[in-house]
Design a protein around this ligand. Structure first.
Ligand SMILES: Cc1cc2nc3c(=O)[nH]c(=O)nc-3n(C[C@H](O)[C@H](O)[C@H](O)COP(=O)(O)OP(=O)(O)OC[C@H]3O[C@@H](n4cnc5c(N)ncnc54)[C@H](O)[C@@H]3O)c2cc1C
Length: 338
């Protein structure tokens, strides 16, 4: 069991800044996210798009903002627990016990839910048989590329993820790239690389095709794909990688006994606490009169929720307001040289 002062659910911009705000007041935290990297919507939905309303930063992309937030929290050395979804929350002796779908258990007096629009989940293959092989021969993300070596891989999808992984894995594998449309949506330099690999016989491209059938007894040995004109083709396949984008689901958050309005959690605006003591909600997932779903609002909410956590985590200490410019204890926590 991992014990800490606060558990942050969600590593989007709001969750990341909450790490900072907890850190400067001397509280430790652990961050959990369902995705394989930090950044939330900024990194998943618009990494290359410029943002123009972050105070003091006239222009930065979603990826640059994420990198900046991660750099800013480096001094606090918090742990990230990625690729896992928080499933259960229960209370035991004034502590919150939280469990993820990977079986990890955390305990803390405070939870900060910074879950945005809920957990991002991969859009899955609609074929019923696909479920049987999920995690063994069918994957929706790649956590270890060395797992795939000298294999026949069918990659589905038409966006950057499908193209990038087709390129990367074609170095050591036989790749078939299958898309339901004729045009791919990836960056132009990636597309020209793909075309080069196709010419060299390293990648086979099949468009416009959909997955029709999985050929398997105990293990999957191949697939059938169907052209839009109805023609069916068989492809020997050891692994399927499918990149059809992400869907957002509120997910298990709805089952934790919190007041929920639509897909958001009502909070007070003094410290962004929910109807449960010690559980705070910040960022896109919280709601209150006048709420703006903007990153800058999430930052403000993180600052006040962190102070709210202090009361529960350090019941015998008095919180002292200090500026970062002038506070010696904050400078020490940031590891600044005197
Ligand atoms: C195209 C686009 C452009 C935008 N442009 C701007 C802009 O210019 N300026 C601006 O201020 N805002 C902009 N926004 C909005 C901004 O991105 C959001 O307000 C912001 O990302 C909210 O941050 P968050 O940390 O609250 O949530 P998110 O960024 O949504 O992150 C939430 C994280 O929580 C994780 N999570 C949820 N539930 C669980 C669970 N049970 N277990 C584990 N992890 C979980 C999710 O996987 C996700 O990573 C834009 C949004 C989009 C889509």
């Amino acid at each position: 069991m991992i014990k800490t002062d606060a558990i942050i659910i969600g590593a989007g911009p709001t969750g990341l800044f909450a790490v900072h705000q907890l850190g400067i007041i001397g509280l430790k935290c652990e961050v959990i996210d369902n995705l394989d990297r930090a950044g939330g919507q900024c990194i998943e939905l618009y990494p290359d798009k410029p943002i123009y309303d972050i105070p003091g930063i006239p222009e930065c992309t979603g990826e640059e903002l994420t990198k900046g937030l991660l750099k800013q929290i480096e001094p606090f050395k918090n742990n990230f627990h990625l690729n896992q979804r928080v499933e259960e929350i229960k209370q035991e002796n004034n502590l919150w016990i939280l469990k993820t779908n990977k079986g990890n258990i955390f305990s803390a007096p405070n939870i900060i839910i910074a879950g945005g629009v809920g957990s991002f989940e991969p859009r899955k293959l609609s074929l019923k048989d696909a479920e049987k092989f999920e995690g063994s021969q069918i994957f929706y993300s790649v956590t270890n590329k060395n797992f795939f070596k000298n294999k026949k891989i069918s990659i589905f999808g038409g966006g950057d993820s499908a193209l990038d992984w087709a390129l990367e894995l074609s170095k050591l594998n036989e790749i078939t790239l299958i898309h339901r449309r004729n045009d791919f949506r990836g960056a132009s330099h990636t597309l020209s690389e793909i075309k080069k690999k196709e010419k060299d016989g390293k990648i086979t491209i099949k468009t416009p095709y959909n997955l029709k059938n999985i050929e398997a007894s105990q293990v999957m040995t191949g697939i059938e794909i169907e052209h839009e004109n109805g023609k069916i083709e068989g492809i020997k396949t050891d692994y399927i990688l499918s990149f059809f984008g992400l869907i957002m689901k509120l997910g298990p958050i709805a089952d934790w006994g919190l007041n929920i309005t639509g897909k958001t959690i009502p909070v007070n605006t003094e410290n962004f606490q929910t109807n449960k003591e010690g559980i705070f909600a910040i960022g896109d997932i919280c709601t209150y009169p006048g709420k703006l779903k903007l990153i800058l609002s999430g930052f403000h909410e993180a600052a006040l929720a962190a102070r709210g956590c202090f009361k529960t985590a350090r019941p015998n200490e008095k919180y002292r307001f200090e500026f970062t410019t002038a506070s010696k204890s904050i400078h020490d926590r940031l590891g600044l040289k005197k």
